[in-house]
Design a protein around this ligand. Sequence first.
Ligand SMILES: NC(=O)c1ccc[n+]([C@@H]2O[C@H](COP(=O)([O-])OP(=O)(O)OC[C@H]3O[C@@H](n4cnc5c(N)ncnc54)[C@H](OP(=O)(O)O)[C@@H]3O)[C@@H](O)[C@H]2O)c1
Length: 169
Amino acid sequence: MAVNRWRLDGLRALVTGGTKGIGHAIAEEILHLGAEVYIVARNLDAVEQCVAAWQQQGLGAFGSAADLSLSGDRHGLMDTLKSHWSRLDILVNNVGMNIRKKAVEYSTDEYDTIMGTNLRSTFEICQKAYPLLKKSKAASVAAFLCMPAASYVTGDCIAVDGGFMINGF
Ligand SMILES: NC(=O)c1ccc[n+]([C@@H]2O[C@H](COP(=O)([O-])OP(=O)(O)OC[C@H]3O[C@@H](n4cnc5c(N)ncnc54)[C@H](OP(=O)(O)O)[C@@H]3O)[C@@H](O)[C@H]2O)c1
């Protein structure tokens, strides 16, 4: 029986951390729904392998390597994206990490790494993507943070956050 699925033809999506795990699955789903997808991760070989595999299937995949915990790489990514696309319809802020120990045991460096990768990076990418998102007729933003115990859906912005920032568990 034919399944009538909704489509994303003609739309353009940035999926951070699109080479593995949840980000890879999201990128692949969006591609199969007809959108073009740009992925970014630190490992260039992994980015190139994913993009090549998708392009061989006729899908509109692109990508580059960047460490999104670094401000310079975030700037570089958005500059590259602006030269590649004149607008962005979907932003999936999937990159995130955790150091599994009690909050009271974090060193200052570990705290800075977590905040820089999960919070500041997401904020700055949203900020820098805003001019491109503004040119879309229906832009959407998704952010992934911490544990899967809670989710919020607020209009065009979906956040997945288990409350780590609030509860510190
Ligand atoms: N898995 C879970 O149970 C779970 C639950 C709740 C929330 N989450 C959240 O969901 C997101 C994805 O989780 P996952 O389990 O799918 O992760 P994963 O399998 O470890 O994949 C992470 C992806 O992000 C990339 N990445 C990591 N750090 C990066 C950085 N600093 N700059 C650029 N790319 C980076 C990785 O590639 P490189 O290593 O090559 O950079 C990879 O493509 C994370 O934000 C995580 O906190 C996961």
